[in-house]
Design a protein around this ligand. Structure first.
Ligand SMILES: Cc1cc2nc3c(=O)[nH]c(=O)nc-3n(C[C@H](O)[C@H](O)[C@H](O)COP(=O)(O)OP(=O)(O)OC[C@H]3O[C@@H](n4cnc5c(N)ncnc54)[C@H](O)[C@@H]3O)c2cc1C
Length: 395
């Protein structure tokens, strides 16, 4: 009997399992993937996520992997150019973009070192329930062999297409249409800062990562997904870079892709009910949004900390108290992540508004306002934080 079984061992699952183990619980974490392994995702971690890694004692491992700190950001849109650094959070002013093979392995190691029992190549196919319908365990296959395990709480950290959510009939509480599709690739020896470029119907970014590689990513409107996917995708990707970020395109000349181009149009936007009797969801399983604002990893870390704080002291005791703690988790999650969700939906429209450009022109003239703006990009502050007297005077 475990206190908790965590299904999924990446950005949401591994920290959840690790923090539960730190709280003294007996935890099983399973993942159907073979670790370490890559996954479809770019991997810019904004400062709130970096601060979480520092709190967990894992940030030095990211640095030691050779992943460069991203402490100079450049953002260009129309005639506006902002360059600077966020004020940051908990002393963390830089973002990092470790390859998922690096990040996910560090997170799994952190969980295992905390005492979590980890099984990879282990797929959950069904849930165990008691006579009242409460979830009390999982059924699946571990390296091809059927298994059953029981726990007070089963946590689905199994991604956007969550099996746990499906088995629990977890309904969407908020569901919005897809807005973009994304394509990305790694380039060797292309020097870059953290660079963000915006144009009507387009978004391009350059993000330095491990092994002296630079991730170059492009966003298109969802309405172009079929065309971009089925015609010459590489040409469409490069054209998007050329027209939106000509100076970056220039730096790509004569360079070769380090790996194949990857992309997705499955940019869903939703909140799901995050809990029920004996089960909970963290990370993309319970809440997913367009990746354009690069918030998924930091938000998965936040949910891990939030869930563990709420359920600590409640596992293995009165089930009614556990259920109340899970309800408090959902309320805290929704309150904390809804502003970022709305900001993401606004960015994913890929539209330029003259009023916003005017605001940015004013921000451009002042280093303090630029630092606040980069805090907003990182999800540290809401957009309202910009409206300080200095900005109002400039406007
Ligand atoms: C194109 C793209 C770009 C992105 N860029 C960024 C970015 O720059 N910055 C950022 O912060 N976020 C980004 N994101 C979002 C980020 O990748 C996700 O929010 C984050 O990975 C969610 O982590 P997770 O642990 O919830 O889910 P996942 O990473 O999806 O992990 C789920 C795990 O569950 C396992 N699993 C699933 N079903 C089962 C089962 N039945 N049994 C056992 N195991 C199972 C899977 O094998 C998987 O390992 C991007 C996403 C995409 C698609």
């Amino acid at each position: 009997m475990f206190d908790a079984i965590v299904v999924g061992a990446r950005c949401a699952g591994a920290p959840t399992a690790m923090l539960l183990a730190h709280a003294g619980y007996r935890v099983l974490m399973v993942d159907r993937a073979d670790f370490p392994s890559d996954t479809l995702s770019t991997h810019l971690i904004h400062q709130p996520g970096v601060a979480a890694l520092a709190r967990w004692g894992l940030l030095d491992r990211i640095r030691d992997s050779g992943c460069p700190p991203l402490n100079n950001a450049i953002y260009e849109v129309a005639d506006v150019r902002l360059e600077g650094c966020a004020r940051g959070v908990e002393g963390q002013r830089a973002g990092y973009a470790p390859r998922r093979t690096v990040l996910d392995a560090i997170l799994v190691d952190g969980a295992v070192e905390a005492g979590v029992e980890f099984r990879d190549k282990c797929s959950v196919t069904d849930l165990l329930r008691d006579e009242a319908g409460r979830v009390v365990g999982v059924v699946g296959r571990y390296r091809g062999v059927p298994f059953t395990e029981r726990a007070h709480l089963v946590i689905g950290a199994d991604g956007m297409h969550s099996k746990v959510a499906a088995l629990c009939d977890a309904p969407f509480t908020v569901h919005r249409p897809r807005l973009t599709c994304a394509y990305y690739a790694y380039w060797h020896d292309v020097p870059a800062d953290l660079e963000l470029y915006e144009a009507p119907s387009s978004w391009v970014a350059a993000v330095p990562t491990n092994d002296r590689a630079t991730l170059v990513l492009t966003y298109f409107p969802q309405s172009r997904f079929d065309e971009v996917r089925t015609t010459n995708t590489y040409h469409a990707y490069l054209e998007q870079v050329r027209t939106t970020a000509p100076a970056l395109h220039e730096r790509l000349q004569g360079k070769v892709l380090a790996e194949r181009l990857r992309g997705t149009g499955d940019q869903q936007n939703f909140f799901r009910r995050s809990h029920g009797p004996g089960w909970a969801l963290v990370g993309d399983a319970g809440h997913h949004k367009d990746s354009i604002t690069a918030r998924g990893i930091s938000d998965a870390f936040f949910q891990a900390e939030c869930l563990v704080r709420q359920v600590s002291g409640r596992l293995g005791g009165d089930p009614g108290l556990l259920d109340a703690a899970l309800e408090a988790y959902e309320q805290e999650r929704d309150a904390a992540l809804t502003p970022g969700f709305q900001a993401t939906l606004a960015a994913a429209q890929l539209q330029q508004h003259e009023q916003r450009l005017e605001l940015l022109r004013a921000v451009q003239t002042d280093p303090d306002l630029k630092a606040i703006y980069f805090d907003i990009v990182a999800g540290i502050e809401p957009i309202s934080a910009l409206y300080v007297p200095k900005l109002l005077a400039l406007l």
